[in-house]
Design a protein around this ligand. Structure first.
Ligand code: ZN
Length: 425
């Protein structure tokens, strides 16, 4: 299908300018004046609107949406082991599918077009992603070790089977996800690393999220979590490490040397009272920094625009440097860097040859008037809810805030039934 987005203020990699964006077969074919012979089947007026590359949520747990606002103001251990894990046991695969759909609706409606998801039921995540048309990188969270050898092996086998079952999809790719160094022992980490090499898939993991984790790993192995995961073969140039709050300078150098991407999660880290990741230091060391929301049980939204606002403000306050993470750097972190971390080719920027993963935002709201610098506006003034229309691979998934591939009311109804059944209401 040929689509023309006409005369819209577009945030290009180097400048924001009013232009027309022509799309053919899911790919951007021109930015500027449309080619004279381009006969659009659909024209979208860009008047009073802003076009951004779809945002890339580099770390989340999509169907945690069902646990929104039900496990708050707790310590990390009370939150995870006391509240979330027992609740997860009550979810069926169908619940996870509905929860993923809700997460996808929230992401689309706040300008996100790709996400990196770690959870338990790949079948549920994949069904939701495929039906919705969003771009998804999926992984089954893996835990295992000498206390649970059989369970660990079964989870790894299941992950491989599920990945094979869903292979060959245009918008769905996979990673292997050793959950964290404190839930996967050294031998199990080696087993996962070996499987990832054999299957040629990247790694998605949590590293150095809390002070307790640092102490546990130091006591058990005498090193830092990144050092342990490097030793077991999990730190590669295709690894996405979420959180990375507590890093030594030598950990940062290690990430840079290995070419490992990190996904910072500022809201989740603050809300769980874990702290603040040394993002400016990582950027200076040349580490590819992407950003994610984490799950809604610790955020409590999947809104990347809100995340961008906090990211760009937080580090100024922590470092005393107003340029610690600028609006432009935040924009790159939420788009291009995310695509690089997730291994998504030709995604993350508005340019000819790139896939048409795009979000159109209204410039009508009082909070974005006057607009001023558009990159500053996106980081500091937009809420995300200005998103009107979203395309993934040139397919319109939301138009004028109406979902084209998801039955919104049905999903919201089913979610109510789930939370009633599992005792959250
Ligand atoms: Zn997480």
């Amino acid at each position: 299908m040929k689509i023309l987005i006409e005369n819209i203020l577009a945030l290009l990699p180097d400048e924001a300018k009013v232009c027309s964006v022509a799309i053919e077969d899911g790919v951007i074919v021109s930015v500027g004046a449309a080619p004279a012979d381009f006969k659009a089947e659909k024209v979208i007026s860009g008047s009073g609107k802003m076009l951004i590359p779809g945002l890339i949520n580099a770390h989340t747990h999509s169907y945690m949406t069902v646990f929104r606002n039900c496990a708050d103001d707790l310590t990390f251990n009370d939150w995870l082991f006391g509240r979330i894990l027992p609740l997860e046991d009550k979810l069926t695969e169908e619940d996870c599918y509905r929860g993923s759909l809700l997460g996808i609706m929230e992401m689309l409606s706040t300008g996100t077009t790709s996400f990196n998801d770690m959870y338990i039921h790949i079948n549920a995540q994949a069904r939701a992603a495929e039906e919705s048309g969003i771009r998804a990188v999926l992984s089954r969270g893996l835990t295992g070790g000498k206390d649970d050898v059989e369970g660990g092996a079964r989870r790894l086998r299941d992950a491989e089977t599920e990945m094979r079952a869903w292979s060959g999809r245009e918008n769905i790719t996979f990673m292997l996800a050793p959950h964290a160094p404190y839930t996967c022992d050294e031998d199990y980490q080696r087993e996962v690393a070996e499987t990832a090499r054999r299957l040629d898939v990247p790694i998605h993991t949590h590293i150095s999220e809390s002070q307790a984790e640092i102490e546990t790993i130091r006591e058990k192995y005498g090193c830092t979590p990144p050092e342990l995961m490097d030793k077991t073969g999990l730190l590669t140039n295709r690894t996405v490490a979420a959180h990375c709050v507590y890093l030594t300078d030598s950990d940062i150098q290690l990430f840079a040397r290995r070419g490992t991407s990190i996904a910072t999660n500022p809201v989740s880290n603050l809300k769980l009272a874990n702290g603040v990741a040394p993002v400016p230091k990582m950027m200076k060391a040349g580490v590819n920094v992407a950003m994610g929301t984490d799950g809604t049980a610790s955020n409590n939204t999947l809104n990347m625009v809100r995340e961008l606002g906090l990211l760009t403000i937080l580090h100024k306050g922590i470092t005393g440097d107003p340029e610690a993470v600028t609006a432009r750097e935040g924009f790159k972190i939420a788009t291009e860097n995310g695509a690089k971390a997730l291994g998504l080719e030709n995604v993350g920027a508005i340019a000819p040859g790139m896939k048409a993963d795009l979000a159109i935002l209204s410039l009508d709201a009082p909070n974005v008037n006057p607009l001023g610098d558009p990159y500053s506006a996106l980081a500091y003034s937009f809420s995300g809810m200005e998103t009107e229309t979203v395309l993934v691979g040139g397919k319109i998934l939301m138009e004028n805030r109406e979902f084209k591939t998801i039955d919104r009311d049905r999903v919201l109804y089913e979610i109510q039934r789930i939370i009633e059944r599992i005792g959250l209401k």
